[in-house]
Ligand binder design. Structure first.
Ligand code: SF4
Ligand code: SF4
Length: 134
């Protein structure tokens, strides 16, 4: 596998933004994988939480193209189990915020099928809009 790293400045920029927004020090992660093992949505993610952190730390490309941080529901199971007290949920929230800032809203009500709009409880729609839009 060929691994292409981003240019130094870009690594620093995304990592710096995530650390500033989440107030977490990603260098503290020692890649034990406990967050991934305790995540109920791991199977729906395109990159497990521990790998996402590794990608951020080493500046691997495409982090903001991943779906992992959109799939995360902020249940905090990973936070409770992390032996390094890293709040992975806040890292996911920071990535959502950066993605929205850089690329715009992740969800548009107008794009949802009418059947879904009729079926979904209002609270689910409100919660979803709060997570997916700026
Ligand atoms: S549980 Fe904590 S230390 Fe372990 S991989 Fe996840 S974030 Fe890193
Ligand atoms: S907060 Fe997100 S990443 Fe952590 S266990 Fe819950 S869904 Fe998974």
């Amino acid at each position: 596998m060929t691994i292409t790293m981003r240019a130094g400045g870009e690594i620093d920029e995304l990592l710096r933004k995530v650390e500033a927004l989440s107030s977490q020090n990603l260098a503290g992660c020692y890649q034990c994988g406990t967050c991934a093992a305790s995540c109920p949505l791991r199977g729906s993610m395109d990159l497990p939480p521990d790998a996402l952190i590794l990608h951020l730390r080493f500046g691997l490309p495409g982090v903001l193209d991943r779906q992992t941080f959109w799939v995360c529901v902020g249940c905090d199971s990973c936070v409770e189990h992390c032996p390094r007290a890293i709040d992975v949920s806040k890292i996911m929230a920071a990535l959502r915020q950066i993605s929205i800032q850089e690329s715009g809203d992740h969800l548009a009500l107008a794009q949802l099928p009418e059947t879904a709009l009729r079926r979904l409880p209002a609270i689910a729609l409100v919660a979803s809009m709060r997570r997916h839009t700026g």
